[in-house]
Design a protein around this ligand. Structure first.
Ligand code: ADP
Length: 249
């Protein structure tokens, strides 16, 4: 069987310092993989390595099903600087076509059509003329999702897409992502601190702790010790204190 992504004994990190160590997992077309685990365990580093923004120290990532690394849609973790980006919604979405075009600064008719289609798909037609920096956090995330879709019809990598959003907007965002997965057949890899959301919508879980990993279906994950340790805590997330001592909680 051919995978969309096969990660084999991957070690990745910074200046020779491994952060992700000997990690193996795979993603099939149609999967909705949620990556959970403590801060600093290497979730974002793994995502950047899949995208080719960092190179592996050892091991390999194999792309199958005709997937090209430049055709992966990416929604990065939001930073304050990004929230203030001076461009219209339409310009931000259109810029998602750039990855596939190499260095060409010109947008084709097909790019513009794709941009308008994704604006419509994400329900942001009414705000397409507005300045991105003046939008709410939830609206900005929809815009960035439409932008990521311009890069791909196959695979979206989402780094904490619901972080900082209120519960209602979070639920809307989850519904949109789930619809893209179910109805458009787009494979999802999402980093999240929201374990409940990961279990409700995800089909597979990769749990990362410094150097120790679980990879399997959500059902398999529910029977692990690490899951039971987390479910006994009120906050139901995957933050650091779940793996620390009782005194640290
Ligand atoms: P997570 O996404 O799980 O919170 P990260 O992948 O962001 O973890 O970070 C993993 C480790 O790599 C952390 O110890 C972090 O300090 C370190 N790290 C992240 N980015 C860099 C960088 N650009 N240079 C050096 N170290 C980094």
């Amino acid at each position: 069987m051919s995978y969309l992504i096969e990660c084999k004994n991957l070690t990745a990190g910074y200046e020779g310092m491994p952060v992700v160590k000997d990690l193996s997992f795979n993603v099939s077309a149609g999967d909705y993989l949620c990556i959970v685990g403590e801060n600093g365990s290497g979730k974002s580093t793994l995502m950047k390595t899949i995208l080719g923004l960092r190179s592996a120290l050892s091991g390999e990532i194999i792309f199958g099903d005709g997937l090209k690394q430049t055709e992966i849609g990416y929604l990065p973790q939001q930073t304050a600087a990004q929230k203030d980006f001076p461009a219209t919604v339409r310009e931000v979405v259109l810029s998602g076509c750039l990855g596939r075009k190499g260095l060409s600064p010109f947008y084709s008719k097909a790019d513009k059509k794709l941009c308008e289609d994704n604006i419509e798909l994400l329900g942001i037609t009414g705000i397409a003329h507005r300045s991105y920096r003046n939008l709410s956090g939830g609206q900005q995330q929809r815009v960035l999702l439409a932008r990521a879709l311009c890069a791909t019809g196959k695979l979206l990598l989402l780094d904490e897409p619901v972080s900082g959003l209120d519960p209602m907007v979070t639920a809307e965002m989850y519904e949109i992502i789930s619809r893209l997965n179910r109805e458009q057949g787009i494979t999802i890899i999402m980093i999240s601190h929201d374990l409940q959301g990961a279990l409700k919508y995800g089909t597979k879980i990769l749990h990362m702790e410094s150097g120790a990993y679980f990879f399997g279906t959500t059902a398999e994950y529910r029977s692990t010790d690490i899951f039971h340790a987390m479910s006994t805590c009120d906050c139901h997330c995957t933050c650091d204190h779940h793996t620390g001592s009782k005194e640290a909680r």
